[in-house]
Design a protein around this ligand. Structure first.
Ligand code: SAH
Ligand code: SF4
Ligand code: F3S
Length: 468
């Protein structure tokens, strides 16, 4: 997932992200792979560890604790972990006996899926912790640091939601003016290609009271844009003061918070797009006109084999309804090519859907058979060369659409949230309502403010603009 046009990442992104704050006490280095939820979890782990006196470092060499927060979504993502462990083992060996030993932990979805195997194959690993055990992280880390090998892969999502320490104000400020907020975790959909229901467990929603409180804390730390996260974020459900809410209704509540100026949510499943969400898109100004709504494939036969629970026509109709509610809505998606049994004609159906919908951005992948998923057991696996050819065709089209979308912005005025310094002095990078990066002249004091700009240039990955 690297063809995204902004600094954002999305579910399944295999790039890694590390954050750091200088300091002198015990140091932790967290390397994050995978989706936004891992980014969010890594931040929460940093917050939890900072309560124990850990500070972050962006140098693995000087860390006392290294955590690899891993992703299991495709084979390539999972393989990276074992090669990284190999490299860290050497560092660990160098450090043994220096009086500054290194503790190595593996967290995230590979930890959940392959925890036992990691323990068996990689003696350098001191700690394995699945995504729903992080509320016990400090305890596990201190055990691991004292020489005990710790493995935790229980599904304790309610405890995680209830017991993780609150967002730390100082780190929230350091992280910037746009933030993630997990509202839901897990997945009950069981798409036949996907490991997530096994690594993240069943769908569980956080309570609205907790979500609203966290949104206010983020706002107090200067956050202006919040992206609500969930593996199936639009399956979120909760109760507030005796009223049942779905995600659309939650968005109405969050929009009431002064200072939170923009809201987004990701990732949605087409079968959970409730009418209230469409109403929110129509009526809530703070809800941005950008929706990540993966379809994966365009042929009804493949959609059925993937267990996606909807047809191609239903998806197309849904997109039309969304655009009726919010005419300037930009749609983004995920696609898989070469699912077992996918024929040339099936693939052509996917291309047709892309042509009909026109995407502002998208992520696309070759099908990767994952152990334990029904798809991996199917006959008629598609040869690698065919997958590569199809991916090329599909990505060329998606790229063309993304460039067209960005070029169509030239001459338009829009409000952008100034997010960070640009590459050159006197330049800032802002975020458009459609999640594009916008380069504009400005000074660092303006970060966190909204300005109105006119777009002067639309490139493949970003826009240039001047003040309107
Ligand atoms: N919950 C989200 C996405 C989770 S994973 C959703 O339902 O859309 C992110 C993306 O990775 C998926 O949308 C899919 O396109 C891709 N993906 C998941 N499993 C895959 C596999 N086995 N091979 C290739 N791509 C996969
Ligand atoms: Fe995976 Fe499907 Fe669940 Fe998304 S909806 S996380 S693709 S099983
Ligand atoms: Fe990867 Fe787990 Fe996210 S498998 S995409 S890190 S939910």
């Amino acid at each position: 997932m690297s063809e995204f046009s902004t600094t954002e990442i999305t579910a399944g992104d295999e790039d890694l992200h590390s954050t750091a704050v200088p300091g002198n006490s015990r140091k932790v280095f967290i390397k994050t792979y995978g989706c936004q939820m891992n980014v969010y979890d890594s931040e929460r782990m940093e917050d939890a560890l900072s309560g124990e006196g850990f500070v972050q470092t962006n140098s693995m060499e000087e860390a006392d604790l290294v955590l690899l927060n891993t992703c299991h979504i495709r084979e390539k993502a999972a393989e990276k972990v074992f090669s990284e462990i190999g490299r860290i083992r050497q560092l660990k060996e160098r450090r043994a006996g220096t009086g500054k030993p290194l503790t190595l932990g593996v967290t995230g979805c590979v930890a959940q899926a392959e925890g036992e195997e990691i323990m068996r194959r990689a003696p350098a690993v001191d700690l394995v912790a699945g995504p729903q055990t992080y509320h016990r992280l400090n305890d596990m880390v201190s055990k691991a640091a004292s020489g005990e090998r710790v493995i935790a892969t229980e599904f304790e999502i309610e405890q995680k939601f209830a017991q993780m320490p609150q967002i730390e104000r100082r780190s929230a400020i350091a992280r910037g003016v746009a933030a993630f907020l997990t509202v839901q975790e897990g997945c009950d959909k069981f798409c036949t290609f996907c490991v997530v229901p096994y690594t993240r467990g069943a769908e569980v929603s956080r309570s609205p009271a907790q979500i609203i409180e966290e949104a206010k804390r983020l706002r107090d730390a200067g956050v202006r844009e919040i992206t609500l996260l969930g593996q199936n974020v639009n399956a979120w459900a909760g109760t507030l003061e005796g009223r049942s809410l779905n995600l659309g209704e939650l968005i109405f509540e969050l929009a009431e918070i002064d200072g939170v100026e923009r809201l987004r949510y990701t990732t949605s499943h087409p079968i959970d797009m409730h009418p209230e969400l469409l109403t929110a898109h129509r009526d809530v100004k703070k809800l941005m006109p950008y929706l990540h709504l993966p379809v994966q494939a365009g042929s009804d036969r493949v959609l059925k084999a993937m267990n996606r629970h909807h047809t191609r026509a239903e998806y197309i109709d849904l997109i039309a309804a969304i655009r009726e509610a919010r005419p300037d809505m930009a749609i983004s998606g995920d696609f898989i090519v070469g699912f077992p049994g996918e024929t040339d004609a099936d693939f052509e159906d996917t291309i047709q859907v892309i042509r009909e919908v026109t995407y502002a951005s998208a992520f696309s992948f070759k099908y990767s058979p994952r152990p334990g998923t029904p798809g991996a057991e199917l006959d008629a696996q598609v040869p690698e060369t065919v997958k590569s050819e199809r991916l090329q065709v599909l990505q060329d089209l998606l790229k063309e659409q993304q460039i067209a979308f960005n070029k169509a912005c030239v001459g338009k005025q829009m409000d952008i949230l100034l997010e960070k310094r640009g590459r050159k002095d006197g330049q800032l990078i802002g975020r458009s309502p459609w999640l594009q990066s916008v380069v504009v002249d400005g000074e660092p004091e303006e970060i966190g403010h909204f300005i109105r700009v006119r777009v002067t240039h639309g490139g493949p990955a970003s826009l240039l603009a001047e003040r309107a």
